[in-house]
Write a protein that binds this ligand. Structure first.
Ligand code: HPA
Length: 268
């Protein structure tokens, strides 16, 4: 049975409008879902094993303020397998379920010394510094995906309105994808700065490319968990990333909830 058939069997007639992918330490939003059905990735053919602490590995189908959403609690990363296409089936499954847009969150390091841990950045564009694509091997000309405007203007405007209404600072910025799993060197972060990045991280870009390929609109939020390599004396570690993500997760939840209310047309 395919993932899509299994989901339809477990949640008949469920038609999510928005898909969300929650990053490291950022899955608290999932607790705000009403009437959710939770399906372990292990039960969904083609969904990843999530081996990273902080990534739960569950698909949740439920609603937020009455709007049906599909929430991926956890993702796989390029660095886990050396395959950039690990999120192909999940993204395509959500598209097949009928989601119109994909909201992606991640933890990231800040390239700007003035933007510290706890800040949230709305991704306006990305730089793929890995040289790989989740679309390697795709058979037809649909693989030549236009990534201009990949981060949808209208969705971004809704996030800005949600942030303003809640008194949360939300700056736009460029996210640069490094493959990890090691953190960057200080020289790489200086290069990232020169190349126009505001934040660096090890995820998101493959899912954005897959979502655009599947015809979905996209928005992405980076929770800044640390200053990037060379910008502070605090040693970089996954534990520190998780702790800072946990501290910022409440603001992230407010943004996501405010966004969904606007998406649904409940608030302008
Ligand atoms: N670099 C890459 N990925 C990250 C970082 C970082 O500094 N912080 C959180 N994820």
């Amino acid at each position: 049975m395919s993932a899509i058939d299994l989901i339809r069997a477990r949640a008949p007639d469920f038609a999510p409008k928005v898909g969300l992918i929650l990053g490291s330490g950022l899955s608290g939003f999932a607790d705000t879902l009403d009437d959710g059905v939770a399906i372990s990735y292990a039960d969904l053919p083609g969904f990843p094993e999530t081996g990273v602490a902080g990534h739960a590995g569950r698909l949740l189908l439920g609603s937020v303020s009455g709007m049906p959403v599909a929430v991926m609690q956890g993702r796989t990363h390029y660095y886990e397998s050396g395959q950039a296409g690990g999120m192909k089936i999940p993204v395509r499954t959500l598209a097949a379920l009928g989601v119109e847009c994909m909201i992606i969150t991640n933890a990231a390091g800040s390239v700007n010394p003035g933007t510290g841990p706890g800040s949230i950045m709305l991704v306006s564009d990305h730089i793929n510094f890995t040289g790989v694509s989740p679309l390697f091997g795709e058979p037809d000309s649909a693989r030549f995906v236009d990534l201009c405007g990949a981060y949808d203007q209208n969705l971004r405007a809704m996030f800005h309105k949600a942030a303003a209404a809640a008194g949360i600072d939300l700056d736009d910025g460029v996210y640069m994808w490094f493959c990890g799993p090691n953190f960057e060197t200080p020289a790489e972060i200086r290069a990232a700065n020169i190349l126009g990045a505001d934040a660096v991280g090890m995820s998101t870009v493959p899912e954005v490319i897959l979502a655009r390929h599947a015809g979905l609109k996209v928005a992405a939020l980076s929770v800044i968990t640390n200053l990037a390599a060379g910008l502070s004396d605090t040693p970089l570690s996954h534990a520190q990333t998780m702790a800072a993500a946990d501290r910022a997760s409440q603001a992230l939840q407010i943004l996501l909830t405010g966004f969904l209310a606007r998406y649904q047309g409940q608030i302008r």
